[in-house]
Write a protein that binds this ligand. Sequence first.
Ligand SMILES: Cc1cc2nc3c(=O)[nH]c(=O)nc-3n(C[C@H](O)[C@H](O)[C@H](O)COP(=O)(O)OP(=O)(O)OC[C@H]3O[C@@H](n4cnc5c(N)ncnc54)[C@H](O)[C@@H]3O)c2cc1C
Length: 489
Amino acid sequence: MSEGGSAKPRPAAEVSEWSAEADVVVVGYGVSGAAAAIGAAAEGADVLVVEHTGGWGGAAALAGGFIYLGGGTALQKACGFDDTPEAMHMFLSAAMGPGLDEAKIEVYAERSVEHFDWLVRCGVPFRAAFFDRPAWEPAGDEGLMYSGGENAYPFADLVKPAPRGHLPQMADKRTGERGGGYMLMLPLTKTAEQSGARVRYNTRFQRLVLAADGRVAGIVARSFGEEVAIRARRGVVLAAGSFAFNAQMVARHVPALSGRPGSAVEQHDGQSIRAAQAVGADVANMWACEAAVHTDPGLMIRGIVVNARGERVINEDTYPGRIGQALMLRHDSQGFVVADEQAVEDAAANRVSSGMPAPQPRWVSDDLTELEAAMHVPAGMLAATVGLYNRHAADGQDPVHHKAARWVRPLCPPYGVFDLRGHTSGFTLGGLRTDIDGAVFDVDGEPIPGLYAAGRTTAGIAAGGYASGASLGDGSFFGRRAGRAAAKR
Ligand SMILES: Cc1cc2nc3c(=O)[nH]c(=O)nc-3n(C[C@H](O)[C@H](O)[C@H](O)COP(=O)(O)OP(=O)(O)OC[C@H]3O[C@@H](n4cnc5c(N)ncnc54)[C@H](O)[C@@H]3O)c2cc1C
């Protein structure tokens, strides 16, 4: 039996009693589910949300809160930045692939300003302040930050940079417990319930119910040990998160992530993906993952990041998640930061608390040969890397990885080496293949009648690449569209 229990559909003819019914049944009350509920209710549908846990929020309420938006939002303008949908489209096309869904990228960039305005209308607060320091997230409640490497190589050379990481204003946020995402979820869930959506907690979706004509007619779930069938008169929206916590699926599809799930909650067990596959749904980008490297971006940017062979891996001034992806996917999660005293002091002085402990060097030495031996790096490799970096840095340049001149300076002994091995984690980005209105495609490319999905249950705007905010962004954007489409059916 697969992890999570059987996901095979139940024929409607075998359902003896529906314990509840609604026009639209939404599975999951995180960001995509709340947006779907609002979208469906706005079309006049009677909505029932079914949530596994005892409360709303999912991973979204724990999240840092970045929502990837742009194209000239009111917040961008208030912070003094010009942006256009075209520039946003170009950036997303360059940074989110390979494996992009062009149709999703296009509508997302085109309608991003409208989506920001909708979030504001739902009551999501944003403070018009820009945060400009290397960090995972702002120090306080600033509302805007670069969150995808837009202002670094190679993207800054392709398209005029604009910061697009929009953050709800929240005092005393603690990412991983009650992060900035909480102030996204609080107003969204309030809006959903004020719109008339009903919520049933402690109810775990298990499988779909199929009518004789192939239409999805409802769901089967478990609640306090009882099996319940819930009828969906118009459609079911699956919004139950990723498969990051299904070890079997991760081992099969994203082995680099095995044993390293992060930025997700254990309810992200892939059950909704499997249940949709069991009625013929197609999937996309199951190999793709977001990745984080657990250290201070302010330290990485002032030093160099090397792999197990002592070679630099990327420009260290890019989005730290890209550094994490490079290490996890291309270098077997084996990496080190090499920095000097000035880099460490400058990073400490500018450090933004992220809940992670202050990085400590594992080895310190004036002698690169000694460090190579300690790191098990082939003799001469680290010395060659530092020598080459320093040679160009003396002229304020980095022709190898194109780190911006502002961050380039020769490294001087003594050197500190910070061990990044075992410090990467991530969540899965692949899932059900859907159209821009959340309709789930079957393996022949036809929409499955009555079945919609959004959020990390689906393959969204990010595939081979990622930017902070892409999940809360596409979850709320396509969740809302999926709810509307299900209601209109
Ligand atoms: C610490 C942390 C920081 C993050 N920071 C960011 C960030 O800044 N920006 C960003 O874009 N993303 C961030 N993420 C990722 C982001 O939170 C998730 O990818 C996003 O919430 C996914 O949206 P979703 O609607 O698919 O899932 P969720 O928001 O997790 O909602 C899914 C809901 O479905 C429920 N559920 C699951 N299975 C079932 C079932 N079988 N039956 C019923 N209910 C079920 C879950 O309990 C949950 O409530 C972060 C995540 C974490 C944990």
